[in-house]
Design a binder for this molecule. Structure first.
Ligand SMILES: NC(=O)c1ccc[n+]([C@@H]2O[C@H](COP(=O)([O-])OP(=O)(O)OC[C@H]3O[C@@H](n4cnc5c(N)ncnc54)[C@H](O)[C@@H]3O)[C@@H](O)[C@H]2O)c1
Length: 334
């Protein structure tokens, strides 16, 4: 099959491309290689893939003609849309980057799928859509109408836009709400990366909400396995579904939304301890209050994903953090 993977130079996108190529598929990857974080890492991820079945095209999602032409020329079977302006804190100072990449960019991909009869669009949403929700675990059957960052609002918008295209044009869409993904080739703006840098340089790490935070850390291999399995499960119309009787994660249209996370929360302090152990170094900690836009706990109910794919994320934090540290030391030669 022929796949389009957007965000192919990104953390999750590059891992998905690698896996699809290994499965024997033809893959076109796009990415605008923006400098939100070190571009050299994005290039290194691409260099690592370098597979004969893989073609990389530098392209911006918001380039309407460029994306429309790409879809028309390539005639993709399925699309895995992972490119986005990520990060919660960055959206406080750079809101327009989210409008361009996450709103306009999502629409260009939906339009491409609509006009070229793409069999299935799988796209990245985020656990941040749960915003003010406090009921744990976070469940896709709950309403998510109270985001607390612009990033989260764009991700929720992605789900709404996808539903419209599933309903109006019959485009099968699956949204995946990722819960804090970590592992080798990860993102330098995320806590694990920042903590590792700081500890190795003997600097103090900021521990938000005095360490009283819980995250559903999900190892990259578990995420890739989940994506690969769910992209093969194409949503179908369900004429029995009604707003009153059905879950918001499903529809009468060929539309689904799933949580994709480990399914068990880990205390931030336990995560830091696992890192200290893997590095063989102790962290100097600066305990800080909660930051605006941050969420106290994220913990996924993953039953629906498990039912649909027969797969439950399995990698434990200690193992995953060790794999990250091994990669980090080799990549940065430290
Ligand atoms: N990593 C996580 O913990 C996490 C959690 C929740 C949601 N997500 C979502 O998953 C997806 C992948 O995340 P990631 O961690 O791999 O992030 P990433 O930043 O490493 O990857 C995203 C890639 O998209 C590219 N990109 C951004 N804007 C673009 C544009 N306008 N045109 C073309 N390319 C563009 C970037 O250059 C980057 O390489 C994103 O949609 C993100 O919002 C990730």
């Amino acid at each position: 099959m022929k796949y389009l993977v957007t965000g192919a130079a990104g953390f999750i996108g590059s891992a998905v491309v690698e896996r699809l190529c290994a499965m024997g598929h033809e893959v076109v990857g796009i990415d605008n290689l923006n400098d939100y974080y070190e571009v050299s890492l994005k290039q290194a991820r691409l260099a690592r893939i370098a597979h004969p079945q893989f073609t990389f095209i530098e392209l911006d999602l918001a380039d309407r003609d460029g994306i429309a032409n790409l879809f028309a020329e390539q005639q993709f079977t399925r699309v895995i849309h992972l490119a986005a302006q990520a990060g919660v804190r960055y959206s406080i100072d750079n809101p327009m980057a989210y409008a361009d990449s996450n709103l306009v960019g999502h629409l260009t991909i939906l339009e491409g799928c609509r006009h070229n009869k793409v069999e299935h669009l799988v796209y990245a949403s985020s656990s941040s859509v749960y915003g003010l929700n406090q009921k744990m675990p976070f469940d896709t059957a709950d309403s998510v109408d109270h985001p607390i960052s612009l990033y989260a609002a764009t991700k929720k918008s992605n789900e709404l836009m996808a539903h419209t295209y599933s309903h109006l044009y019959g485009v099968p869409t699956t949204g995946l709400r990722f819960f804090t993904v970590y592992g080798p080739w990860g993102r330098p703006d995320m806590a694990l990366f920042k903590f590792t840098n700081a500890i190795m340089e003997g600097k103090t790490i900021d521990v938000y909400n005095n360490g009283d935070m819980r995250r559903d850390f999900t190892y990259i291999d578990d995420i890739v396995e989940g994506i690969i399995r769910i992209q093969a499960v194409i949503p179908e119309k369900n004429s029995d579904w009604t707003v009153e009787s059905g879950s918001p994660a499903t529809s009468s249209a060929p539309y689904r939304v799933y949580n994709i996370g480990h399914g068990s929360p880990v205390k931030l302090m336990d995560f830091i301890e696992a890192l200290e152990e893997a590095l063989g170094m102790e962290a100097k900690k600066n305990f800080m209050p909660m930051q605006p836009g941050d969420v106290y706990a994220t913990y996924a109910d993953t039953q629906d994903l498990f039912a649909a794919t027969d797969y439950q994320p399995a990698v434990k934090v200690k193992e995953g953090v060790q794999a990250f540290v091994d990669w980090y030391r080799a990549y940065y030669q430290r």
